[in-house]
Ligand binder design. Structure first.
Ligand SMILES: Cc1ncc(COP(=O)(O)O)c(C=O)c1O
Length: 345
């Protein structure tokens, strides 16, 4: 059975064009820098993000970890959101592998970290204190609703960080969704950042891979650490070929996913028993709760929806996140609304 899969944009399978490009990709040993397809992907990524250099990494988690390991030393501290992916969902890699201590501060409902909170969290010079090295923000901020952070806000965080000798890293797993929603160039959005990780494997539909971008010196260190972590890959042009299509083509169609997320949210607002979050969606994520009087819980609905051919992932007993992506068309949106209706009856 072909499911309509709204659990995440990580479920995207490669497009037919990607499969063709992957089959025909020119390859070489990328640890020797001999893979022309990877070299091209890294050039295009750096250029699009407006940074000097880029590095192809197997996952977003590894990209973020490498960035933290380059920016920080053992015993130093990173200021980041209490709802950030790096803090919650990256298996504590910074502490386990880097001896780096997280300093989580509250994510505001709009996904930002309050500038005053960042300022208050920067450690003062004291023999008792860890040394603050880095601020991380997430754009789009996933748990706050897939909300895009603005260029102006990013500029303010960048200024604050740099005025205190800190670096700024952006977990931009979905930075192209953010840029598309705000109709600005991604390079403008990340201009204040010292490093950015973004994923090719989510809304951009590649089967595998993320990019880390930054200055030449940063990427040289990052390349070394990628090798240390076992992320130096060989004839990986077969995957980078899909990444090039992600960057050159898929970035241009993300507003279609956003429009379908809106259509989905509008339809679900009409379904008795569901309460869609007030401002949802900001990008490609629709967040909703079961109403107080709903007689079924989210796991029960998830099971019924599966029987109707729709995969959804409950966030908890009463909450769902639905994510649109390349493989969700208008008909899938209609079917999903209807499946929710049937599951609540
Ligand atoms: C905001 C954010 N950052 C980082 C990642 C990590 O990416 P990966 O699954 O490729 O390790 C994810 C994955 O869903 C994410 O949502």
């Amino acid at each position: 059975m072909e499911y309509i899969d709204l659990r995440s944009d990580t479920v995207t399978k490669p497009t037919p064009e990607m499969r063709e490009a992957m089959a025909e990709a020119e390859v070489g040993d990328d640890v020797y820098r001999d893979d022309p397809t990877v070299n091209r992907l890294e050039e295009v990524a750096a250029d699009k993000l407006g940074k000097e250099a880029a590095l192809f990494v197997p996952s977003g988690t590894m990209g973020n970890l490498i960035a933290l390991l380059v920016h920080c030393q053992r015993g130093s501290e990173v200021i980041l959101g209490n709802l950030s992916h790096i803090y919650l969902n990256e298996a504590g890699g910074m502490s386990a592998l880097g001896g780096i201590q997280p300093c989580p501060i509250q994510n505001q409902p709009d996904g930002t970290l309050a500038l005053d909170d960042i300022l208050a969290s920067i450690r003062t010079e004291d023999v008792h204190h860890p040394i603050t090295r880095l601020v991380c923000i997430e754009n789009t901020q996933n748990i706050c609703g897939g909300v895009p952070l603005t260029a102006e806000y990013t500029r303010q965080v960048g200024d604050l960080a740099h005025n205190h000798d800190l670096s700024l890293h952006i977990d931009g797993a979905r930075i192209f969704n953010s840029a598309a929603a705000q109709k600005i160039a991604v390079s403008e959005l990340v201009e204040p950042a010292d490093s950015v990780m973004f994923c090719l494997s989510k809304g951009l539909a590649s089967p595998v891979g993320s990019m880390l971008v930054g200055a030449q010196t940063f990427i040289a260190r990052a390349r070394h650490i990628r090798k240390m972590l076992g992320g130096g890959m060989r004839q990986v042009g077969v995957i980078a070929a899909a990444g090039l299509i992600s960057l050159e083509r898929m970035t241009k169609r993300l507003s279609e996913d956003h429009a379908r997320a809106k259509k989905l949210a509008d339809g679900l607002r009409q379904v008795k028993g569901l309460v869609v979050d007030a401002n949802s969606p900001y990008t490609n994520m629709v967040y909703l709760n079961l109403s107080e009087d709903a007689s079924v819980d989210a796991p029960q609905i998830t099971q019924k929806m599966k029987e109707l051919g729709v995969l959804v992932d409950p966030e908890n007993a009463r909450r769902f996140r639905l994510v649109t992506h390349y493989w969700i068309d208008d008909q899938a949106v209609e079917q999903t609304i209807s499946a929710f209706q049937q599951s609540l009856n």
